[in-house]
Write a protein that binds this ligand. Structure first.
Ligand code: HEC
Ligand code: HEC
Length: 375
């Protein structure tokens, strides 16, 4: 299977015969990888080329499916009808469930390793003017919530699965020059941000590329200039590995990957001025809807990372633009209420200039009043 972009990195350290036999047995999945002993035994990689696959989990599922089938055949020959039928039903359920799960897992690994968008990254070099770096640093505030343990620059990375249900190893990686990005081209970093594709060509997960897909060229280039300008800060993050549970969620459609359509044209964001278009763009990039609801009519809560924010349409009709700017800058609203921790006003304040906040206000203020029930 052909993959654009990163094919130059294959190492061929295994004996040719072994490679050929395994390649025939496992097909394209095998061809993409070799071994790296530093990784968990079920994560295989060659150079920058990574194929995520959980051999252990897939084998366990296969064995379970096979045992279910085997037990079913034994139950069929049981003398006592009760044992026969209960055994048959139970073992068929196990065999069917494991087979279905296995299919979803394989589909999941396919989606992870062979994203629909496998286009080569654009060949561009970003000069990194002081102006670009300063602008990019403001956008960096939107990355810090995930790519930094304390929410501040530099973006040294954070473990996303410290103790939750285990899906493998997933860090929002170190984005300073001490991390992987030092070996990525500018085009590859841009592709990762806007299109959700790793340098190796695999899909990223969790990374909010569906939101960043609309970033204008100027903005995304400024972000890359900023990432490159950070001090190289250790330690670099461990590579991602996703186990069968993660692959199952992705394969069954319960969890998406971050992959977005390939961008071939120049993307022009609305110019930096106080306009409804710019406001809409910024509100979208800053993902206010994550907590304040799809229509900004109030969020549902339930997710600790996305507490329910109030109806912004209702609030902003009553506020002047100064009230809005002061609230975001100070964390205290016009009624002297100190905003709860859940509202990331510091990040938003670090991200948005006064012009930006003016544009956001103009957009929000102009939205028709709606209540949360409309979807
Ligand atoms: C919701 C959390 C979240 C936010 C916000 C976020 N990221 Fe990520 N990002 C991740 C995770 C998790 C990964 C790793 C995904 C994987 O390995 O499949 C990632 C991966 C990346 C990668 C690929 C790097 C690598 O070594 O694999 C880049 C580049 C990146 N993010 C840039 C950014 C930038 C720039 C921003 C801000 C504009 C940002 N991210 C905001 C969670 C986030
Ligand atoms: C991570 C969740 C989250 C995000 C993202 C978020 N908010 Fe909030 N927001 C909240 C919560 C929760 C509150 C309620 C805080 C309180 O009342 O103490 C709030 C309150 C506010 C208030 C004050 C309302 C009042 O009556 O005092 C404003 C204004 C606001 N948000 C605007 C925004 C804008 C604009 C964005 C995007 C740029 C945004 N928020 C993004 C969670 C969020």
């Amino acid at each position: 299977m052909e993959r654009n972009g990163a094919d130059g990195n294959r190492e061929c350290t295994w004996p040719a015969v072994e490679k050929k036999v395994l390649a025939e047995a496992f097909g394209p999945l095998y061809l993409q990888h070799g071994r790296d002993r530093r990784l968990a035994p079920w994560v295989h990689r060659v150079g920058a080329e990574v194929t995520l696959f959980d051999y252990f989990g897939v084998t366990a599922l296969l064995l379970l499916a096979a045992s279910g089938t085997w037990l079913g055949r034994r139950a069929k020959h049981a003398e006592r009808p009760a044992i026969k039928w209960v055994g048959l039903v139970l073992s068929s359920v196990v065999a069917l469930a494991c087979t279905a799960a296995l299919v979803a897992v394989i589909v999941g690994y396919y989606r992870i390793n062979y994203p629909a968008n496998r286009q080569a990254a654009a060949d561009i070099r970003i000069s990194g003017t002081p102006d670009q770096i300063a602008r990019g640093a403001r956008f960096g505030a939107l990355c810090a919530g995930c790519h930094s343990a304390d929410g501040n620059a530099p973006l040294v990375g954070r473990n996303f699965l410290p103790d939750g249900p285990s899906f493998g190893t997933l860090w929002a990686p170190n984005l300073t020059p001490a991390g992987e990005l030092a070996n990525w081209s500018d085009g590859e970093v841009i592709r990762a941000i806007r299109e959700g594709v790793h340098k190796s060509g695999r899909s990223l997960v969790v990374m909010p590329s569906p939101v960043f897909h609309q970033l204008g060229d100027d903005d995304v280039e400024a972000i890359v200039a900023y990432l490159r300008s950070q001090p190289a800060t250790q330690p670099s993050s461990p590579p991602t590995s996703l186990n069968v549970l993660a692959a199952f969620l992705i394969g069954s459609g319960l969890a998406p990957t971050s992959v977005q359509p390939h961008i071939t044209q120049r993307v022009l964001a609305p110019p930096e001025e106080i306009s409804v278009e710019r406001g809409k763009y910024l509100i979208s990039i800053a993902t206010c809807s994550r907590c304040h609801g799809e229509q900004l009519t109030g969020g549902e809560g339930g997710d600790p990372e996305a507490p329910a924010g109030p109806n912004l349409r209702a609030i902003l009709t009553k506020w002047e633009v100064e009230d809005f700017i002061r609230t975001i800058r100070t964390g205290v609203d016009p009624y002297n209420h100190t905003l709860a921790e859940g509202m990331p006003w510091k990040e938003i304040s670090a991200f948005a200039s006064d012009t930006d906040l003016g544009a956001m206000y103009m957009y929000l203020h102009g939205l028709p009043l709606m209540t949360a029930t409309t979807d």
